[in-house]
Design a protein around this ligand. Structure first.
Ligand SMILES: Cc1cc2nc3c(=O)[nH]c(=O)nc-3n(C[C@H](O)[C@H](O)[C@H](O)COP(=O)(O)OP(=O)(O)OC[C@H]3O[C@@H](n4cnc5c(N)ncnc54)[C@H](O)[C@@H]3O)c2cc1C
Length: 377
């Protein structure tokens, strides 16, 4: 008899998992709360572990074609002086793809079977009955599945029903993101500028576009920061080095996306009888390492890899937790620590930090990144 698999959430984790499972002959059904999939969001960087994961589920080529490989990633100080070279050309273990979120989503959606995505289906919880996992929906309906893969994001109602104490935690900083037209600006490398006044990232995208992000320390849900416009962001970052002010100025006013940065304190487990937590529902991380979506893709690839070798789902859930829990938790912890370092405000301490980074050989940081980005499939 066919195994009935329900995936909650049509985000990166849910869609990539559906693609991996489809490759193995399963026909998962995806339940998504949104009534329609809209091309939202700004940019994303996908590191080497994500690229290897995309390869595992068979869609690396299409994804790379929709994005742009980044030759260099540099950390700069407030004056634009080099602090650290995170990635240089010619190191495939540290490859980075920059892609518009909407483009990545389109690549994933294009792979789905017609009828496998059910929109406007808001899941409220799940009941494990022993023989089945019963998904409950806001409209009062239910769906009985042999397995539920909960990929419904950082606020996952499924996780809340299983682990009520695991709540998102605010990281202490807030972020604006947007896409602007590069025009005649020559932006070849991705850069992140660390200054006591905040952090600003620039990532070149396809179509002569630039994805940028700006991060400042702020109280949680600060009403003042919530109302910031492109003009307010420009006011704050106007004294930053070139081309930062010009990049902000080229942003259409309706493009700005604002979010307080949160993560999830590392969970002790991902599997609950017939239910498995995946993606941000399991290990939402701060974006300081650009790893949230990468980890979501790695979840999809690892589950695919395990089931490809042995179709025993009970054993697969055990294996998945074994292979993913400590690695994802390590990313959550490292990313949170990196955020604290990057968001330092004291001018003397930031000076010391920058000098320490400069003294460290690039190869040391790159070696650590290589280990963290290695995959086991
Ligand atoms: C500022 C910022 C920058 C980032 N930059 C990067 C980056 O450069 N690189 C990177 O790898 N990661 C980055 N991330 C992280 C990345 O966006 C997330 O880790 C990734 O989107 C997680 O995917 P997901 O599918 O697990 O969750 P989500 O993308 O949150 O998808 C969850 C899905 O579930 C649906 N859903 C929610 N509730 C329900 C419900 N009740 N019923 C049914 N469906 C439901 C949602 O509508 C959504 O479609 C960034 C995050 C932020 C905030």
């Amino acid at each position: 008899m066919e195994t009935t698999i329900a995936i909650t959430g049509a985000g990166i984790a849910g869609l990539a998992t559906a693609i991996g499972l489809r490759k193995l002959g399963y026909r998962p059904v995806i339940f998504e709360a949104a009534p329609a999939i809209k091309p939202l969001g700004a940019g994303l960087t996908l590191a080497a572990n994500a690229l290897k994961s995309l390869e595992k589920i068979g869609i690396r080529e299409q994804t790379v074609a929709a994005g742009q490989m980044i030759d260099e990633l540099k950390i700069l100080d407030g004056k634009g002086k080099l602090v650290s070279h995170v990635h240089k050309p010619g190191n495939p273990d540290l490859d980075i793809l920059a892609i518009h979120r909407a483009d990545l989503h389109q690549v994933l959606l294009d792979q789905l079977d017609p009828g496998s995505l059910c929109l406007g289906q808001q899941v409220t919880g799940v009941k494990n009955t022993g023989r089945k996992a019963i998904l409950e929906f806001a409209n009062g309906s239910e769906f009985a599945a042999d397995r539920v893969l909960a990929a419904d994001g950082i606020h996952s109602p499924i996780r809340r029903s299983l682990l009520p104490d695991a709540q998102p935690r605010y990281a202490g900083y807030t972020c604006w993101r947007a896409i602007s037209e590069a025009g005649d600006l020559e932006v070849k490398a991705a850069t992140e500028t660390w200054s006591p006044e905040g952090r600003f990232g620039i990532v070149p995208l396809t179509g002569n576009r630039i994805y940028w992000f700006a991060v400042v320390n702020a109280p949680e849900q600060d009403p003042d920061r919530k109302n910031w416009t492109v003009h307010s962001v420009l006011g704050h970052f106007s004294r930053f080095h070139d081309p930062i002010p010009a990049v902000i100025r080229r942003t259409p006013t309706d493009q700005l996306i604002h979010s307080d940065i949160c993560d999830l304190s590392p969970l002790p487990r991902y599997r609950f009888d017939r239910v498995l937590l995946m993606g941000d529902a399991a290990h939402a991380t701060t974006p300081n390492m650009g790893q949230g979506a990468c980890q979501a893709l790695q979840d999809a690839a690892v589950l695919t890899d395990i089931l490809e070798k042995n179709a025993d789902w009970d054993a697969a859930f055990v294996q998945f937790e074994k292979r993913r829990l400590s690695r994802a938790n390590q990313v959550v912890n490292t990313s949170r620590m990196l955020g604290r370092i990057a968001q330092m405000q004291h001018p003397v301490l930031t000076g010391i930090r920058n000098n320490l980074f400069r003294m460290m050989p690039d190869s040391a940081g790159q070696k650590r990144m290589k280990t963290l980005l290695s995959t086991d499939f």
